[in-house]
Ligand binder design. Structure first.
Ligand code: AGP
Length: 611
């Protein structure tokens, strides 16, 4: 997704803008640009296609002393990646300069409107249209920036987080948002605006969140917030609990391997935020025992890896609560006119809390009057603020596009929710409750054990498979659920085609694809169906597959496995937390052996804030 940054204060803006943009690179982009202004001088704009390095080269030798500026990394939606289409965009006569993250859905009709008023466009972007619409209202009503921005927000359909500079207001940056993420930070050196926390965490952890259809003016010495009527409103300054180091590599070669290794720590933090000595405390979520007792149906809605957490959670929730659970991909749920049980609970899982489809699914549930709960990693994100209840995961900022530590903490949140709901509904007794609580506390050390004992083994294994074209991940029950994530972890970073299959489903077609040397990764930890999974692995092995098996240390797969990865023993519900770690490492090391940019895979963005 696009990234925006802005700064207005006493320091040189261009350095802060470039640093901020570099910390948003993980969002995915194909061009970048900055606009900087020195007091009442003209705004200076520099743009470049490709990586930030190209922009830095353009800026070499430029003595940009300006202390007010905006910057942008563009992930092309309307208009190809090019310097012309890169942001910042400027209105016809240079009155308005703007950067934007989002999509303007009615930009064609707005383009026609501009044409009727003699505006001309130089790019193929919806953002340039937006820039000129603000300019149009600014000139037509002559009421200044907030009036022009508010009239634009009323007229425009779509999503946006914008940072704007007006020629007549040299020491001000104006911002506004609808559906796209934005935070505003402050410190003794001035005011900051960004799409995401990592861009400004180095400068401040004191931030304001502005809501949809609100705007703000960042001056040198204060920030003023406005509602859609143009009235000033008050905003509370919040403190982000993330530390700066989390947004640095700290000696690791890539963020992905760093974040894989942070899992014991963040799993422990997330467990400790809910699990007390001998009970689970969900009081921070606001979810009452009465509400829990009343739920008759659970829906889990998410995208990508978060959806895979939902598939895992379905098995655990149904088993422990005996409530029917339906898991859906958010982009399907939001358009199928879902029939929801009024006594239902819709759980939306999202690391960023900004995924457009997941946010829309949440709003669909709320429109139907159904209770909603978010499992979210980013405090103050849109989904976190709009859900009725929130279980925050404590993964910290996750920079790599491929999620790992956030995924693992989402699993923990799902487990504690299932255990507590099962206990409150009387479906599990005190003995089982205590057994589950005791075991969940052992997961951090078990994940650490895996990292210590499997990493080198997997690094060696992965070098054998850097050339493959296909891979299959198979399992049953929770093992099938985690095979979905294993498959995504491989293909999204290594570009190797892989598929996850319910092991029992192979015989219904896909087994025809198995031939000599095909890599099949079998996950087999679930005792009740273990033999069945082994039979399926025998079937593929007899057709030439190379079988890698991820299994519990107390299970024997020697008759079928070419290469075995043993995970520590745990209760059946918690195996996803242990089997996912080798699968993450396999995806990481195969990708590295292929010489690819594992933190910023092609075509992908960390948070998909557009449909
Ligand atoms: C997973 O590695 C991907 N980065 C992607 O599937 C991600 O899980 C998905 O886009 C959902 O993002 P969210 O958790 O921020 O909503």
């Amino acid at each position: 997704m696009c990234g925006i940054v802005g700064y207005n204060g006493s320091k040189k803006a261009v350095d802060i803008l470039l640093d901020g943009l570099s910390r948003l690179e993980y969002r995915g982009y194909d061009s970048a640009g900055v606009a900087v202004r020195d007091k009442d001088k003209e705004i200076q704009i520099f743009k470049a296609k490709g990586k930030l390095e190209n922009l830095r080269e353009k800026l070499e030798g430029e003595k940009l002393k300006g202390t007010c500026g905006i910057g942008h990394t563009r992930w092309a939606t309307h208009g190809e990646p090019s310097e012309t289409n890169a942001h910042p965009h400027v209105s016809n006569d240079g009155n308005v300069t703007l950067v934007h993250n989002g999509i303007i859905e009615n930009y064609q009709e707005l383009t026609a409107k501009l044409g009727r008023h003699d505006y001309t466009l130089y790019s193929e972007t919806d953002t340039e249209v937006l820039t000129n619409i603000i300019d149009y209202y600014y000139k037509k009503y002559k009421m200044g920036p907030i009036d022009a921005i508010n009239r634009t927000m009323v007229r425009v359909r779509g999503s946006y987080a914008i940072a704007v500079m007006f020629r007549d207001y040299p020491d001000e940056i104006w911002v506004a948002r609808k559906d796209s993420p934005m935070i505003i930070g402050e410190n003794e050196d001035g005011y900051y605006v960004a799409s995401d926390v990592p861009a400004i965490l180095k400068y401040t952890n004191k931030v304001y969140y502005i809501d949809n259809l609100e705007a703000a003016c960042l001056k040198k010495d204060k920030v003023i917030f406005y509602d859609l009527n143009g009235d000033e409103i008050k905003k509370e300054l919040k403190e982000i609990k993330w530390d700066v180091s989390a947004a640095e590599k700290e000696g690791y070669e890539h963020f992905m391997i760093k974040e894989i290794n942070e899992q014991p720590d963040v799993i422990k933090k997330t467990i400790n935020s809910f699990v007390r000595e001998d009970y689970i405390d969900l009081s921070n979520t606001g979810l009452s025992d009465e509400e829990i007792k009343n739920f008759k149906q659970i829906y889990i809605v998410a995208c990508g890896s978060a959806y895979h957490v939902g598939v895992c959670a379905q098995y655990v929730l149904e088993d422990l609560t005996r409530i029917p659970v339906r898991v859906e991909i958010a982009s399907e749920f939001r358009y199928r006119k879902p029939i929801l049980d009024k006594d239902g609970l819709v759980i939306v899982i999202s690391q960023s809390g900004e995924t457009a489809d997941s946010l829309a699914a949440l709003r669909e549930a709320k429109n139907q009057g159904v209770k909603t709960l978010g499992i979210i990693n980013v405090v103050g994100s849109s989904i976190a603020r709009e859900a009725d209840h929130v279980l925050y995961t404590l993964a910290g900022p996750e920079i790599a596009v491929a999620t790992t530590k956030a995924f693992s903490t989402q699993l923990i949140a799902a487990y504690v929710l299932a255990i507590q709901m099962g206990y409150v509904k009387g479906k599990i007794n005190e003995t089982v409750y205590q057994e589950l609580i005791e075991e969940i506390k052992t997961l951090p050390e078990k994940v650490q054990y895996e990292l210590d004992h499997l990493t080198n083994k997997i690094q060696k294994l992965s070098s054998k498979f850097s050339h493959i074209k296909d891979a299959f991940y198979i399992g049953r029950g929770l093992d099938y659920a985690i095979s979905l994530e294993g498959s995504l972890k491989l293909k999204e970073v290594s570009y190797i085609h892989s598929e996850a299959y319910a092991a029992g489903e192979l015989k219904h077609g896909t087994i025809s694809l198995i031939e000599d040397g095909t890599l099949v990764i079998g996950i087999a930890t679930q005792e009740e169906i273990f033999e069945k999974t082994i039979s399926n692995l025998v079937e593929v092995k007899s057709r030439g597959a190379y079988v890698v098996t991820v299994t519990s240390e107390d299970m024997d797969v020697s008759k079928v496995s070419n290469f075995t990865l043993n995970v520590p023993k745990t209760l059946k519900y918690f195996y996803p937390s242990l089997t996912v770690v080798p699968l993450q490492l396999i995806g990481y090391y195969i990708t590295v052996s292929r010489g690819l940019d594992v933190d910023k895979p092609r075509n992908l963005a960390k948070s998909v804030t557009v449909e």
